[in-house]
Design a protein around this ligand. Structure first.
Ligand SMILES: Cc1ncc(COP(=O)(O)O)c(C=O)c1O
Length: 445
């Protein structure tokens, strides 16, 4: 069906509405996880207090040092970069951030790109072609999928984290193609669980496949140092001048896994904006000359780059003492998220044994605890939207996630826990969740 006529557009919108899949924009009066006005102004009845759909995981959006970094850069360079990196939009700040990201992720070099989406899409469409074969996890982020599909490569997805199926496919295909890739998220954006990077590295080495890992939800959070260097080296990433990575460098750093390429975003834990690709010098040079989302797009504003540099400094130098142990910001975040997950379990929510095994009509359930992303599986679209609305009425903003972002019948509320929430607030939010679920079962059954 052609989609260009207004009539067809209306029909498509109507169809999405009928299926409970229509999306809209909900404006909030604040950024970050917690309303900044809460401390000093009485909240209006029903006003949003908490934003659980915010990826400011380390609560840095309002950090005074980052605001200072950004405003100093703005005073020096103005509000924009004025061009693409290759034309006139390269300041020393861009280069400095790249160097720091390379060290942080343990790669010889890094290329900054406009956003995580543009990094994934640009990388895969530049790198892959007809003679390449790509295996990817079914729950990978849309930007990876879009890049793979538009690259013209041959591809096959494997069921989420089912590395037996992946190995079977690798066994059949590996000898027939020169270039084989395995592409995965490290922390999956909608389930919040973690890829088994060590298992993937083993397969990558065994079958000569190059591994590309999207670390968007792990950057700034994982990579505490304990596991650095223990996992050995996978195919292609073993340049002599690469280090082991640093605090906040991602799950690969934490697991001592060295993929061919790591992609990440600066718009989540690092609280600003932009994407990056960590890779060998050779791959960087190739991308710089071929990647369309890099070449034909204006570079990041210097103020944004400066606040990212500041965020990297903060994450690498901040620790807290919790119960006698020194924790990184990411480790502290995991404790809070686990606390929230525990509160929901204590309130009676059960844990789904394996993601996606329950069916429509099941009571809302948690997934096993894995990260700062805590989904409550609702399954049914309308009920997920109703729950989101009910929570909104109690001051908790959390969006219903529905198909095609997640599989059909996989509608959920996805709670992003941030360091902005203290124990009392997490308890208040958990209480609102349980009340909303009770109310929604009364109203929808
Ligand atoms: C796994 C993953 N990769 C990439 C992106 C895109 O990053 P950005 O928001 O910087 O475009 C996201 C963002 O939601 C993500 O979750």
């Amino acid at each position: 069906m052609a989609i260009s006529s207004d009539e067809n557009l209306r029909e498509r919108i109507n169809s999405m509405t009928r299926k409970g899949l229509l999306r809209n924009i909900h404006e909030l009066p604040f950024t970050g996880g917690v309303s900044v006005s809460e401390a000093d102004a009485p909240e209006a009845e029903g006003a949003t207090k908490y934003n659980l759909s915010c990826n400011d995981y380390l609560n840095l959006i309002h950090h005074p040092y980052l605001q200072e970094c950004a405003s100093n850069a703005m005073a020096m360079y103005g509000v924009g970069s004025g061009g693409s990196r290759l034309m006139g939009g390269a300041t020393p700040l861009h280069g400095e951030l790249e160097e720091r990201l390379a060290v942080l992720t343990g790669f010889p070099s890094t290329l900054l790109v406009g956003s995580g989406y543009l990094a994934n899409y640009g990388l895969l469409t530049a790198l892959l072609g007809k003679s390449d074969y790509v295996f990817f996890d079914k729950l990978n982020h849309a930007s990876l999928l879009d890049g793979i599909l538009h690259s013209g490569c041959k591809w096959k997805s494997f069921p989420h984290k089912n590395y037996h199926v992946l190995e079977e496919s690798l066994r059949r295909v590996a000898s027939k193609y020169e270039n084989i890739y395995i592409v995965t998220d490290s922390i999956f954006s909608m389930d919040g669980d973690r890829a088994d990077l060590v298992a993937l590295q083993r397969l990558s080495t065994m079958y000569g496949a190059k591994m590309i890992v999207d670390e968007s939800h792990a950057m700034g959070i994982c990579g505490a140092g304990a596991g650095v260097g223990v996992g050995g080296v996978g195919v292609g990433g073993a340049d002599a001048d690469a280090g082991a990575g640093g605090v906040g460098g991602g799950l690969c750093v934490e697991m001592g896994v060295r993929p061919y390429i790591v992609v990440g975003t600066l718009s989540k834990a690092y609280a600003s904006y932009g994407g990056f690709i960590s890779c060998s010098h050779l791959v960087r040079e190739y991308l710089l000359n071929t990647m369309r989302t890099f070449i034909f797009s204006t570079s990041l504003p210097p103020s944004v780059v400066a606040s990212s540099i500041g965020a990297l400094e903060i994450v690498s130098s901040t620790s807290t003492i919790t119960m006698g142990e020194e924790l990184t910001m990411g480790e502290e975040l995991m404790l809070r998220a686990k606390m929230f997950h525990g509160m929901l379990m204590d309130a009676g929510l059960r844990v789904e044994e394996e993601s996606g095994t329950a069916t429509d009509g099941t009571e809302p359930m948690l997934l096993a605890f894995s990260s700062q992303i805590v989904p409550i599986m609702v399954y049914d679209n309308d009920r997920a939207v109703a729950l989101s609305r009910l929570l909104g009425e109690s001051g908790v903003h959390v969006r219903a996630i529905r198909y095609p972002t997640v599989p059909l019948h996989g509608a959920r509320l996805r709670f992003s826990i941030t360091l902005g929430f203290d124990e009392g607030q997490l308890a208040e939010i958990a209480h609102s969740v349980v009340q909303a679920i009770a109310k929604s079962s009364g109203s929808t059954r």
